[in-house]
Design a protein around this ligand. Structure first.
Ligand SMILES: NC(=O)c1ccc[n+]([C@@H]2O[C@H](COP(=O)([O-])OP(=O)(O)OC[C@H]3O[C@@H](n4cnc5c(N)ncnc54)[C@H](O)[C@@H]3O)[C@@H](O)[C@H]2O)c1
Length: 379
């Protein structure tokens, strides 16, 4: 058995635990959270034998093979670095770290320590995103002309909405772009097989003051509107033009204040034979749009998707594969590489620390571009 532990028992800690319980050959030995009541409650609810309030104590006592980092962003660097120094593998939530400098250090340390490493960019592990990837990589869709889309949410649209993501010391300088824009970048790069090498971004904070509640509020939870008024510098939204390594142009709109949009990631790739459009909120379907033959809506199943994407759609059409399946698929891909001992190979189907570092460079370039009001190279 591969022994795993989880740090952070919030929204993502719970989801990681559920995913791990679906993966053969992996045991979840313990969970740590500074909030003891939460650690205890979720250990019991999720069938995890032990809980801790100090992740270092947990790592020393359990000596796990892999730690899953599901804490607020500012702890990713500290926990990942500490774990790798103990020779432990890391499956880290996104963004990998607070900035690309930290991402570089973690990526180099993972290589030096030769430990398994991954970042949870889960959307690339959806069956239909894999289908787009296969259609492009295999040549079926033809030449990529244009890549566009958006990632829109509404959970921060009122000035009374608050979470640790509004605090730069715990979240990092960039909010909407680092939090959800990073997912769009990874999904677009994976689907097309091309890296984003230049950006022109305009970031905007449309709610410059928010009411910070007196007590901590869980992710996506509503608060009662009572608290202190604090100034907000991080962006609520961004409009971003991107250029891929081969000159292909793209664009995306990122927002956390767009009413009615819950987790609305959309990616469209327009290629020379047809266009492909994937909407995360209809995760098991792909629009394949042809000028001559018309538009088709393909439902995920092993028989309808292309090539290797079949592995990600094991059940028949209409038995919808969705968000938690994609997340589990990515974690499974990682553990397959751990089991096979191939995790040091650079080319992995899951996102490695190197991928996470590159995405942080795109986020940094967006911040720089917005401030300088010009195209910036991702470097
Ligand atoms: N991949 C995705 O689709 C996705 C979705 C949501 C969040 N995330 C990422 O997951 C991470 C966690 O987000 P969340 O929404 O679950 O947050 P959350 O606020 O729901 O949970 C964070 C948990 O970490 C705990 N924590 C804080 N400090 C700690 C410490 N020192 N040691 C142990 N535990 C500590 C908190 O008590 C809390 O229980 C973030 O980095 C976020 O960007 C990813």
């Amino acid at each position: 058995m591969i022994k795993s532990v989880i740090v952070g028992s919030g929204m993502m800690g719970v989801v990681h635990s559920e995913a791990l319980h679906r993966i053969p050959g992996v045991e979840v030995a313990a969970i740590a959270d500074v909030n003891e009541a939460a650690a205890k409650k979720y250990a019991e609810q999720l069938g995890i034998p032990k809980y801790y309030t100090d992740y270092k104590e947990m790592l020393a006592a359990e000596k796990p093979d892999v730690v899953h980092i599901c804490t607020p962003n500012f702890l990713h660097f500290e926990v990942a670095k500490y774990a790798m120094e103990q020779g432990c593998g890391v499956y880290c939530e996104k963004p990998l770290a607070l900035d690309s400098k930290q991402g570089e250090e973690l990526t180099k340390l993972a290589k030096e320590k030769k430990v398994p490493n991954a970042v949870n960019f889960n959307y690339r592990n959806n069956a239909m995103v894999r289908d787009i990837h296969e259609r492009i990589a295999g040549g079926d869709a033809g030449k990529v002309f244009f890549v566009h889309g958006h990632y829109l949410q509404d959970w921060l649209m009122y000035d009374t909405d608050f979470s640790w993501r509004l605090d730069p010391s715990r979240n990092g300088v960039s909010r909407a772009v680092a939090d959800i824009g990073s997912h769009w970048f990874d999904t677009a790069q994976f689907a097309t097989g091309k890296k984003i090498t230049r950006v022109f971004a305009k970031l905007n904070t449309v709610i410059p003051e928010r009411i910070k509640p007196l007590a901590e509020v869980a992710t996506f939870a509503k608060n009662d509107g009572k608290g202190e008024t604090v100034k907000i510098d991080s962006e609520d939204l961004a409009v971003i033009m991107v250029e891929f390594e081969d000159g292909t142009l793209g664009s995306t709109v990122i927002s956390q204040i767009s009413g009615g949009h819950k987790n609305d990631l959309m990616l469209e790739v327009d290629a020379s034979k047809y266009s492909m459009k994937w909407e995360q909120e209809n995760a098991d379907k792909l629009h394949v749009c042809d000028r001559v033959d018309g538009n088709r809506l393909i439902y995920a199943s092993a028989g309808t998707v292309t090539g290797d994407a079949a592995r990600f759609a094991p059940i028949p059409e209409g038995h919808a594969v969705a968000w938690k399946d994609a997340l589990k698929n990515g974690i499974n891909e990682f553990y397959e590489a751990v089991k096979a001992g191939t995790y040091q190979n650079e080319d992995q189907s899951y996102a490695t620390f190197a991928t996470g570092w590159y995405v942080l460079k795109i986020v940094d370039a967006c911040l720089e571009s917005s401030a300088a009001d010009k195209w910036i190279e991702v470097k």
